[in-house]
Design a protein around this ligand. Structure first.
Ligand code: ADE
Length: 233
């Protein structure tokens, strides 16, 4: 998979993909991440990429020309499955979208800044507008990093043990069960006996019950989805 990220602040994206799973995925050739500085595409003498808002109002707006030229160049080189704009007024990211996008070839992510991009960029190029939650970040860069991380780890072969993505929270509308490692007793705190029983089916049943209870307590909205899906099967 190839992911192109368009940003005014490329430095913000240097760290998140340089280590651990994201780094391994790139080294293994399973994911290619390209970061483009929108300002480099500005034809203005001072490389300006933002301007005042028509109609007045506080805050600058990202101008059309550098973004359009960058997107047009990239689109002339390959076909994008989705061109995603990160914005707090987009649809909320969820595991289902991550699953879908992990099977795509080419994604383009556009990070908004200031008051956002000129609406005409959204109208002409954007196929999806996505928020990572109901709070406002200084820009779309951290949201883009969240999307890349949550999508790339789902690409087959990226995780060592592929089943570990299947048992993530949300993958089946249930939150993940508790996990324990050695020692089996620490400062008087013991792990549940069942985990030492060696009885795999019973352990799986225990994990399911824990997941179910946690989801019922913390996210009854998810449990509704889980129950609906179970009824359908
Ligand atoms: N840009 C600013 N806030 C954001 C959010 N919550 N999600 C995506 N992009 C954003």
């Amino acid at each position: 998979m190839r992911i192109d990220i368009l940003t005014l602040l490329p430095k913000l994206l240097e760290g998140p993909f340089a280590d651990s799973i994201m780094h391994r995925a790139q080294k293994a050739g399973l994911a290619e991440i390209h970061i483009h500085n929108i300002r480099d595409y500005s034809t203005a003498n001072n490389k300006q990429a933002d301007d005042y808002q028509f109609g007045g109002g506080a805050g600058m707006v990202m101008t059309i020309q550098p973004i359009a030229d960058c997107i047009e160049k990239l689109k002339s080189e390959r076909q994008y499955d989705e061109i995603i704009y990160l914005t707090p007024d987009g649809e909320t990211l969820n595991q289902g979208l991550c699953n879908q996008w992990s099977m795509k070839e080419n994604l383009l992510l556009l990070c908004g800044h200031y008051k956002g991009v000129d609406q005409r960029i959204r109208d002409k190029y954007i196929t999806r507008e996505v928020s990572i939650g109901d709070y406002v970040l200084s820009g779309g860069e951290l949201a883009a990093a969240v999307i890349v991380d949550s999508v790339v780890r789902l690409i087959p072969g990226v995780l060592n043990d592929e089943t570990s993505a299947l048992s993530d929270s949300f993958q089946d509308h249930l939150l993940a069960p508790p996990v324990y490692t050695r020692p089996a007793e620490y400062d008087g705190m013991k792990i549940p006996d069942i985990l030492l029983s060696g009885h795999f089916a019973k352990i799986e049943e225990w994990r399911f019950q824990e997941s179910y209870q946690k989801t019922a307590q913390r996210r009854p909205d998810l449990l509704e989805k889980f129950n609906r899906k179970s009824d359908e099967q």
